[in-house]
Design a protein around this ligand. Structure first.
Ligand code: FDP
Ligand code: ZN
Length: 329
């Protein structure tokens, strides 16, 4: 089986990007090790700290953030870093070519229940000049690489550099990522959806109607039964979509009017959208293609609807309709 390093050499990418991807992959092996030791290493549980988004940080959020930050600073080709766990952008090497945005441990609520978590990353070109937050505010289309590492029963790396999506599995004996799927492809159609149903009453009319129609199954307008899954870690839900198709959404809701969206554009939605598009799927907010959004701040949040192309298109048709005449739910 091909190793990650061998596979990267066969891709049309620069040696510096190749090295950066290996830095990310090697750090994820250390994260995998820390996650796997769990309670034995005393890394479970919360800290007293909150991140800039008002979320209590888990011990592992901070440990994994520091591991990635240190490794990327030492890489030599990274100009700056933006992380879910850092309030502001972090300066790395003055001569760096790349900006890296990451969520060091997505799905932190799963940590303490020994369930799926992962690292998500997005690589952008570094513009010339002084490093500021503005340097990062580039549309997802600019990404030169993106991926995630899933710490599950096996540790897996899904990667794209714009040449399809490759899936690697960490061999626990040799600590080497080996290519186990050279071309991940999302089925165009699906009978599976993923959404946090407990928020149903807070969604906008298009999502209310779309999901109601899925739930009606064979007797509804879709004339087909749908199954539901919710891992509560985007990285796990998107992995399932990449493996066997599906539609995953965290839509707009009015639960907290000051926070209509949950997922972060720069280090959750954009990298996942790049992977999904490269695997033949689609990713939208309902009104706009995720990767075409011009970001306005690094911790910006967006609505996300992604997965099997025909199912995402169907969901977008519901968003294109006029609901103004209908009573609000
Ligand atoms: P988490 O806050 O645990 O990191 O990143 C946001 C996220 O997880 C996603 O990974 C996940 O899809 C979603 O939140 C889960 O949200 P719910 O708590 O509403 O289920
Ligand atoms: Zn996350």
């Amino acid at each position: 089986m091909q190793t990650l390093a061998e596979n990267l050499t066969s891709q049309a990418i620069s040696p510096t990007l190749e090295k950066l991807i290996l830095t990310l992959a090697n750090t994820s092996k250390e994260i995998s090790h820390a996650v796997r030791h769990g309670a034995l290493a005393g890394v479970l549980g919360a800290t007293e700290q909150e991140n800039v988004q008002g979320e209590t940080q888990k011990k592992l959020d901070i440990i994994t953030n520091d591991m990635l930050k240190d490794a990327l600073k030492a890489d030599g080709k990274v100009r700056g870093i933006a992380s879910e766990e850092e309030d502001y952008v972090v300066e790395a090497d003055a001569n760096g070519e790349f900006l890296v945005c990451f969520d060091p441990l997505d799905g932190s609520s799963n940590i303490d229940i020994n369930s799926l978590v992962g690292t998500i990353f997005s690589v952008l070109p570094a513009p010339a000049g002084e490093l500021t937050e503005n340097s990062f505010l580039q549309a997802g289309r600019n990404q030169v690489a993106a991926g995630y590492v899933l710490y599950g029963p096996s540790t897996m790396l899904a990667l794209t550099t714009g040449q399809g999506v490759q899936l690697f599995t960490l061999n626990p004996e040799t600590n080497e990522f080996l290519l186990t799927d050279g071309a991940m492809a999302i089925s165009k159609d699906t009978g599976e959806f993923a959404i946090n149903m407990s928020n149903q009453r807070f969604w906008e009319a298009p999502m209310q109607t779309y999901i109601s129609d899925l739930l009606l199954g064979k007797i509804g307008p879709r004339e087909k039964s749908f199954n539901m899954r919710w891992i509560a870690a985007m990285v796990g839900d998107v992995h399932r979509v990449l493996c066997r198709g599906g539609i995953f959404t965290y839509p707009t809701d009015n639960k907290n009017p000051e926070k209509p969206y949950k997922l972060r554009l720069m280090y959750e939605a954009n990298p996942m959208a790049f992977l999904v598009e490269q695997a033949g799927g689609k990713a939208s907010t309902g009104y706009e293609t995720i990767m075409d959004i011009q970001p306005t701040e690094i911790h910006q949040r967006v609505a996300v609807i992604l997965g099997s192309a025909n199912e995402v298109d169907m969901c977008l048709e519901y968003h294109a309709q006029d609901y103004s005449e209908e009573p609000s739910l």
